[in-house]
Design a protein around this ligand. Structure first.
Ligand SMILES: Cc1cc2nc3c(=O)[nH]c(=O)nc-3n(C[C@H](O)[C@H](O)[C@H](O)COP(=O)(O)OP(=O)(O)OC[C@H]3O[C@@H](n4cnc5c(N)ncnc54)[C@H](O)[C@@H]3O)c2cc1C
Length: 406
C-alpha cells in the first residue's frame, strides 16, 4: 500500500457549516486539515436553509446569501393559518454560497482542505496524538497525525463511531426536496403542511434566493417507515392538494435534494479528551424544526477559538468552556423542544387540525419561541398565561351559550 503521512494540530472531519466555522476561527498559525468526502463545498444540497434575519445579522452573513420571506402559512387537512411572526423575519439561505463563503474565512490560514477525501478511522497513539486514516476518492490511504480531532461529520458521527465514544443516532429526520422553476408562485411565501400526507413529519415550500421554488417533506424514522420521497411524490402529483395551498408546479423537478439529521435528545457531553464534536454530530439542530445552520456557525466559531486557546496553553480547560457554553445555551431549550418533537411526531391528522387552529390564534411570541426552539422560563410563563386566557375565554363562551346569554 502506498501511504503518506500528514501532520497538523487539528484534524476536522467534515466541511459542513460546523467544521468550516471551526476552521474559520482557529488562530491563523495553527495548522489544520479538513477532510471532506464531497467534491464541492455546499454541494450536493442536503438542507433547506431556513433561518432568521436576526441570526443572519448576528453572524455577519453577507447580503446576497439569503432571501427574506414575507408571508408564512401552515396547512393541515382541514385548517389553514396565517402565521404572524411580529418583527421576526424568516429567511432562506443560499447554502452553497454560504458554505463557500464560510470556507473562504480560513483560506488565508495554515489550513489544508482535502476534498473528495473520506475519514476512515482513527486511533490514539502512545504519544497522545491521534493517527487517522483517510482516503481520497480512487487514491491510496493516507495517515493524518494530529493533536486534536474535531467530529463535524454530521449525522455520520464518523470519529465518535470509529472510537466507540458515542453510538450513531437511531432516530433520524430524513428529508427530500424537489426544486422547480418559480413559475407563477410567489417568491417570498413560506408554506408548511402537516396531516395525512406527512406522517411523523411535515412538509414545506418556499421561493429560493436563486429564483426557484422548493417543495420538500421530512419525516422521523423509525417513528414512521414511510419514505419522504414517496410522500413527496404523492404531494406533487396531487393537483387538488397543491391548488388548495396555491402552488403551481411546472414540469418535472430541476433538482432533487436529500438529507438526514439526528433527531435524538440533546447530550451535553461534547469533549472526549482531545476529540470534540460539533454540529449535527453534537445534535445541534433545534428539535422543533430541525434548524441547525445558525447553531453550527455560532458554536463552531466558539470551538475554533477555544481550540486555539487549548493548543496555545496546552490545557484542556478551554474545551470544557466550549462544552459548558453549549450546555448553558441549548440543554434546557432542547429538552422542551424534544418533548414537542416526540409529541408532534405522534399527532393524528385531527390533532394537527387542532394544532394549526391554535397556531392561527397564537401571538408572535409563542410561535417564534416554538419555531426557534427557545423556551426561556419567562416565555413559558407568558405562553402558559396566554393559553390559560384562551382556555378560560372559550369555557366562558360555552357557559354563556348554555345559559342562553350569548
Ligand atoms: C432535509 C433537511 C432539511 C433541513 N433544513 C434546515 C433548515 O431549513 N435550516 C437549518 O438551519 N437547518 C436545516 N437542516 C439542518 C442542517 O442542515 C444541519 O443542522 C447542518 O447542515 C449541520 O451541519 P454540520 O456541519 O454539522 O453537518 P453537515 O452539514 O452534515 O456536514 C458534514 C459534512 O461532513 C461530510 N462527511 C461525513 N462523513 C465524512 C467522512 N467520514 N469523511 C469526510 N467527510 C465526511 C459530509 O459529506 C457532510 O458534507 C436540515 C437538515 C435536513 C436533513
Amino acid at each position: 500500500m502506498n501511504e503518506t503521512t500528514l501532520s497538523c494540530d487539528v484534524l476536522i472531519v467534515g466541511a459542513g457549516p460546523a467544521g468550516l466555522s471551526v476552521a474559520a476561527s482557529l488562530p491563523d498559525e495553527l495548522a489544520s486539515i479538513i477532510v471532506h468526502q464531497d467534491r464541492e463545498i455546499g454541494l450536493p444540497v442536503r438542507t433547506s436553509g431556513a433561518c432568521w434575519m436576526q441570526d443572519v445579522e448576528r453572524l455577519g452573513i453577507p447580503e446576497g446569501m439569503y432571501k427574506r420571506m414575507r408571508s408564512n402559512e401552515v396547512f393541515a387537512d382541514k385548517e389553514h393559518a396565517l402565521i404572524e411572526l411580529g418583527d421576526e423575519i424568516p429567511v432562506i439561505l443560499d447554502t452553497p454560497k454560504l458554505y463557500q463563503w464560510l470556507a473562504r474565512q480560513s483560506d488565508h490560514k495554515n489550513r489544508r482542505l482535502l476534498m473528495a477525501t473520506k475519514f476512515l478511522t482513527t486511533r490514539l497513539r502512545e504519544d497522545g496524538r491521534y493517527e487517522s486514516t483517510v482516503r481520497a476518492r480512487g487514491g491510496p490511504e493516507q495517515r493524518v497525525v494530529s493533536r486534536y480531532v474535531v467530529d463535524g461529520s454530521g449525522w455520520h458521527f464518523a470519529v465518535l463511531d470509529a472510537l466507540g465514544l458515542v453510538a450513531k443516532p437511531e432516530r433520524l429526520a430524513v428529508g427530500t426536496e424537489y426544486e422547480y422553476p418559480l413559475g407563477r408562485n410567489a417568491d417570498d411565501r413560506v408554506i408548511a403542511f402537516v396531516g395525512r400526507k406527512v406522517p411523523a413529519g411535515y412538509g414545506w415550500a418556499f421561493g429560493t434566493a436563486h429564483g426557484t421554488l422548493r417543495i420538500g417533506v421530512g419525516v422521523i424514522q423509525p417513528d414512521t417507515d414511510a419514505s419522504p420521497r414517496a410522500l413527496l411524490d404523492a404531494v406533487v402529483t396531487d393537483r387538488a392538494y397543491l391548488a388548495r395551498m396555491g402552488l403551481d408546479l411546472q414540469g418535472p423537478p430541476l433538482v432533487v435534494h436529500s438529507g438526514i439529521l439526528p433527531s435524538v435528545a440533546y447530550d451535553a457531553r461534547l469533549v472526549f479528551g482531545r476529540v470534540i464534536r460539533v454540529g449535527d454530530s453534537a445534535n445541534f439542530a433545534t428539535p422543533t424544526l430541525g434548524e441547525g445552520i445558525r447553531v453550527c456557525i455560532e458554536f463552531g466559531r466558539l470551538l475554533g477559538e477555544k481550540l486555539g486557546e487549548a493548543a496555545r496553553t496546552g490545557r484542556d480547560g478551554p474545551l470544557q468552556e466550549y462544552e459548558r457554553a453549549c450546555r448553558r445555551k441549548l440543554e434546557r431549550d432542547y429538552k422542551w423542544g424534544f418533548l414537542v418533537n416526540t409529541r408532534a411526531a405522534r399527532y393524528t391528522p385531527a390533532q394537527w387540525n387542532a394544532s394549526v387552529r391554535r397556531m392561527g390564534q397564537a401571538g408572535p411570541d409563542a410561535l417564534v419561541a416554538t419555531f426557534r426552539g427557545e423556551f426561556p422560563r419567562a416565555k413559558i410563563a407568558r405562553m402558559a398565561l396566554i393559553f390559560l386566557r384562551q382556555y378560560l375565554r372559550a369555557r366562558l363562551r360555552r357557559i354563556r351559550m348554555r345559559l342562553g346569554w350569548g
